[in-house]
Write a protein that binds this ligand. Structure first.
Ligand SMILES: [Zn+2]
Length: 122
C-alpha cells in the first residue's frame, strides 16, 4: 500500500533548533521530519503499530499545514475529526485514507517545499 507520507515532500524547516511551523524543539539534532521517519519504520513490520498509521501521519500533516493546499488541509482535518468522533475501526480509516490518497494531486501543495508559505509560530 502506498503511504501518504512517502508520496509527498513533507519536509520541515528548523530554525534555531525549533520547527518554524509547529514550534517543536528538535530532539538530538533531529528535525520534525526526521523524527517522523522513526515510527514510519517501526510500524512497517508491525501490524499492531501499523493500525495507527493514519493517526501518525495525519497528526504530523495537520501540524505542518504548509504541505497541503487549503482544500487538502480541510479534507484531512475533516477525515481526522470524523474518524476520531465516530471511533472508526482501523481498517475503515485505512480505506478512507486510501480514497484520500487518490486525490493526492489536489491535496498536496504543488509548490516546491522551500517556496511554501508557512505561518510562523513562536
Ligand atoms: Zn514541526
Amino acid at each position: 500500500m502506498e503511504e501518504l507520507s512517502s508520496m509527498v515532500d513533507n519536509n520541515t524547516i528548523m530554525d534555531l533548533g525549533k520547527c518554524i511551523e509547529c514550534g517543536a524543539k528538535e530532539t538530538d539534532g533531529f528535525s520534525c521530519y526526521e523524527m517522523f521517519q522513526f515510527p514510519l519504520i517501526w510500524e512497517h513490520n508491525d501490524p499492531e503499530l501499523y493500525a495507527l498509521h493514519f493517526w501518525l501521519v495525519s497528526c504530523y500533516m495537520i501540524q505542518h499545514p504548509s504541505n497541503y493546499t487549503e482544500e487538502g488541509y480541510k479534507l484531512m482535518v475533516s477525515l481526522f475529526t470524523e474518524a476520531y468522533d465516530n471511533e472508526w475501526p482501523a481498517q475503515y480509516i485505512l480505506r478512507k485514507n486510501r480514497d484520500l490518497n487518490t486525490k493526492i494531486d489536489k491535496i498536496t501543495n504543488p509548490l516546491p517545499n522551500d517556496k511554501r508559505k508557512r505561518i510562523y509560530r513562536s
